[in-house]
Design a protein around this ligand. Structure first.
Ligand SMILES: [Zn+2]
Ligand SMILES: [Zn+2]
Length: 182
């Protein structure tokens, strides 16, 4: 299925700015002017977003090493993510009903990450194997984190520290929560 654009749903708006994300969290480029795709990522705990960012795909590829990218792709290709998907009726909400990896229903996930790829004012909707948007529960996030190379983890740590006032590991009772881009 070819990805198709829809107007960015409210869920992928910035809570902080009460509207669309305007700037890349990393390089500050204007996301609503430049023709470069960007990812909107949120970490949600008990239905409340505790961390949000929009980051252009150029920043993502400079942070996530080739080695990491290859490991994530290999991991996902073993999972048969296309199961139970009807590409003809697929909507953005389908991507958020359950964890991409273990299929645990969203209502049962206490902590999870959602991520959607956008271009200008639109969300690009696509089914696996190139999903957007998607949800990853915290158990699967920690599993995926182990695939991140040391270099990628250090890049992300530096990136998040440089650019945010609050580190993403906001919840004290929880382990670190790495952003993972599939
Ligand atoms: Zn950027
Ligand atoms: Zn999961």
């Amino acid at each position: 299925m070819e990805p198709y654009p829809i107007e960015i749903p409210r869920l992928f708006h910035s809570v902080e700015h009460d509207g669309l994300f305007q700037h890349c969290f990393g390089c500050e480029r204007d996301l609503l002017e430049e023709q470069i795709p960007y990812a909107v990522a949120k970490h949600i705990v008990v239905a409340e977003p505790v961390f949000e960012m929009a980051v252009c795909l150029q920043c993502v590829s400079s942070l996530q090493s080739q080695e990491t990218q290859q490991r994530i792709s290999a991991f996902l290709s073993n999972l048969n993510l296309q199961r139970d998907i009807d590409p003809l009726s697929y909507t953005w909400e389908d991507g958020l009903r359950a964890c991409l990896i273990c299929r645990k229903a969203r209502e049962l996930c206490r902590r999870y990450q959602i991520l959607g790829v956008c271009l200008l004012r639109e969300l690009l909707v696509g089914a696996p194997p190139a999903p957007s948007p998607y949800l990853i529960c915290d158990e699967c996030n920690s599993q995926l984190s182990e695939l991140l190379s040391k270099e990628t983890k250090e890049n992300w740590d530096r990136f998040l520290q440089l650019n945010s006032d609050d580190p993403p590991g906001i919840e004290l009772d929880s382990p670190r929560f790495d952003p993972v881009f599939v």
